[in-house]
Design a protein around this ligand. Structure first.
Ligand code: GLU
Length: 385
């Protein structure tokens, strides 16, 4: 039996799937939500921050509109699902707010689009709002902004959205509550030999293969997006649990030994440092680099002086600097291996010339790859593709 003490985690993101929250006929499953809110209140009591990522806007909108033309059972057109999301989201927000307030908790709603987690400035804004809500003792309730997000700009599933939120909020645990109780070597309903995996130390190619094929509509919100969520979360140093929400008190049940799969976070010190670097709000300087360096950095290499075209700002060795492309778009952030005066002198020069210019042989890289994190759209795209 695997048990996990949830109260040992400092900040927990709980993702709740539509099927758990909404009954097609009756709307919100109030009694179940009440038991979940009781678990959340208990975690808050023992000192953990909790963030809810709630699906259900479209499903609840459908329940609200069941007696109208929009309530049909056929596939939904984009604008129909957006209208339903708009109707459902307002009901969902009210329901969460009421359910949490019964436990003396205040809810704060945030609706995100993909761009809010990919664009650095918007990412920082959203992160600051989440942080402020938590500091004020509120429970952020987050969903994708389904009524405006069209296909090209939407996640489409809340598994990956929740993982992004976990990474953005510096959470140390992400719990995916849905109708599956964990990861199996094969789909358990189709393969009698499928084995349950209680503990996943690392998301290997084998694990990814177990999640099945990519791209089909049916895999949305299935095991594939859960494994992708695991990749995003564990890379950000956040553990992940896949557990069934088809029981009352779904969080307490995990601690009491209900079946679940536990994914270990990537805890390398480099990850921790990179998280810290990414979290620095005000870089002291900027390196403008050429396209060769930009490509090299995107493929995981260090920034060499030769690729730096211009240096601005005043910073000492070890300070955080922003790394920008020629147009000034920041795509990485790192710790400068040289102070501003020296960086200006060696910018654009070969590493072998450093000793001649500075009078001592310093580091070959201007910013070492272990001290650097890609922060702009580039990294987000790489992670998701
Ligand atoms: N954001 C969608 C909704 O609230 C749900 C996406 C998902 O279920 O993963 O209806």
């Amino acid at each position: 039996m695997t048990t996990t003490r949830l109260e040992d985690y400092r900040r927990i993101v709980v993702k709740v799937g539509s099927a758990l929250l909404v009954d097609r006929r009756d709307g919100l499953r109030r009694q179940w939500v009440e038991t979940l809110c009781r678990d959340i209140a208990a975690l808050r009591e023992s000192g953990s921050d909790v963030i809810i990522v709630s699906s259900g806007s479209i499903a609840l909108g459908r329940a609200v509109m069941r007696d109208t033309g929009l309530g049909h059972d056929r596939g939904l057109k984009l604008e129909e699902s957006q209208a339903l999301a708009s109707i459902g989201q307002i009901a969902l927000a009210k329901d969460w707010s009421e359910a949490l307030s019964e436990k003396s908790l205040v809810a704060g709603q945030i609706l995100l689009t993909l761009d809010d987690t990919k664009d650095r400035r918007r990412y920082l804004n959203a992160r600051a709002t989440i942080q402020q809500l938590l500091e004020a003792g509120a429970v952020p309730v987050i969903n994708e902004n389904d009524s405006v997000a069209t296909n090209e700009i939407r996640y489409g599933d809340n598994d990956r959205l929740a993982a992004r939120v976990a990474s953005m909020a510096g959470a140390d645990l992400l719990v995916l509550l849905s109708d599956v109780d964990g990861l199996y070597t094969a789909p358990p309903d189709k393969d009698p030999d499928a084995q349950f995996l209680p503990h996943i130390a690392e998301i290997t190619a084998d694990i990814e293969a177990m999640a099945g094929d990519a791209g089909s509509d049916l895999s949305r919100g299935g095991m594939k997006t859960k494994i992708e969520a695991g990749r995003i979360a564990t890379k950000a140093g956040c553990a992940m649990i896949i557990a069934s929400g088809k029981r009352d008190h779904p969080l307490r049940a995990i601690a009491e030994g209900a079946r679940h799969s536990h994914f270990e976070p990537d805890a390398s010190p480099v990850t921790a440092r990179k998280k810290w670097i990414a979290g620095q709000l005000d870089p002291a300087g900027r390196f403008f680099v050429d396209t060769g360096a930009l490509e090299a950095l995107k493929s995981g290499k260090s920034l060499l002086p030769a690729g730096v075209r211009k240096v601005t700002g005043s910073f000492a060795r070890g300070d955080t600097v922003a790394i920008c492309d020629h147009a000034g778009f920041e795509f990485a952030r790192g710790l400068a291996a040289y102070g501003a005066d020296e960086a200006v002198q060696i910018a654009g020069r070969k590493s072998s010339e450093i000793a001649g210019i500075l009078g001592y042989s310093g580091r070959a890289a201007m910013v070492h790859r272990d001290d650097m994190v890609l922060t702009g759209a580039q990294i987000a795209l790489n992670e998701d593709e």
